[in-house]
Design a protein around this ligand. Structure first.
Ligand code: SF4
Length: 219
């Protein structure tokens, strides 16, 4: 039987005999602590830090990437290396502040060795944490940064060039009712720096403008 990774989201009812709570329950702190203790897959062996999230847990936009790199592993924060800085700049170009207006995480919370792509069994092992993040944040829009995020969240293999820039949806929980937009991963954009029309960077800018339009429409 699979082990449930779901931490308790709602506080149990307080009875007259319970001692008073010093601090209100914090499901995000519980989640971070549970991830920090997780050893469900082989990536646990090589990590320095478990990288859970950064940004605003009340944001209507969630960004999901592939997995931590060296700087993320060292700091415990996702998307803080060069690719993360580019992501921040591109979001800022459509007036989205990555820490104020978005909640940022990855499909796996521990760094794959040599920055390799996480294996399917590693993505599957980490999936309950991601699902819990989606339930807790309850975003209207999820940005899928790169092919691994597209596969890890929607189960669609390959085709990021064809599928980016289009809205996707799913009836599977916890995705039901949310709009999902695949985009090129910022690491790919670092290797393709042209901003000419129809370049990957230009397309990503168009995609982010569409995301911004959608977020404004659901205000
Ligand atoms: S990658 Fe995810 S499932 Fe694997 S050890 Fe880290 S937190 Fe646990």
């Amino acid at each position: 039987m699979p082990v449930s990774l779901r931490v308790q989201l709602k506080p149990k009812p307080v009875s007259a005999t319970d001692p008073p709570l010093d601090h209100p329950p914090d499901p995000f702190a519980d989640l971070a602590a549970a991830c920090a203790a997780c050893r469900r897959c082989a990536l646990a062996a090589g990590r320095s830090r478990v990288v859970v999230s950064r940004g605003n847990p009340r944001a209507r936009l969630m960004v999901v990437g592939e997995g931590p790199g060296a700087q993320e592993d060292a700091t415990g924060q996702p998307f803080v290396g060069r690719a993360g800085q580019l992501l921040d700049q591109m979001l800022a170009s459509v007036a989205i502040d990555s820490n104020r207006d978005a909640y940022i995480c990855n499909v796996v919370k521990c760094r794959p060795p040599d920055n390799r792509k996480p294996a399917p069994e590693e993505v599957a092992a980490c999936r309950p944490w991601l699902e819990q993040q989606i339930r807790l944040v309850d975003p209207a829009v999820i940005l899928l940064a790169g092919a691994t995020a597209l596969e890890g969240v929607l189960g669609i293999r390959g085709g990021i060039t064809r599928l980016r820039g289009r809205w996707h949806s799913s009836d599977a929980e916890p995705l039901r009712g949310r709009r999902l937009m695949p985009i090129f991963h910022p690491s790919y954009l670092l290797r393709n720096a042209s901003r000419e029309p129809n370049s990957p960077k230009w397309h990503t800018w168009q995609d982010l403008k569409e995301v911004d339009r959608q977020l404004r429409a659901c205000l």
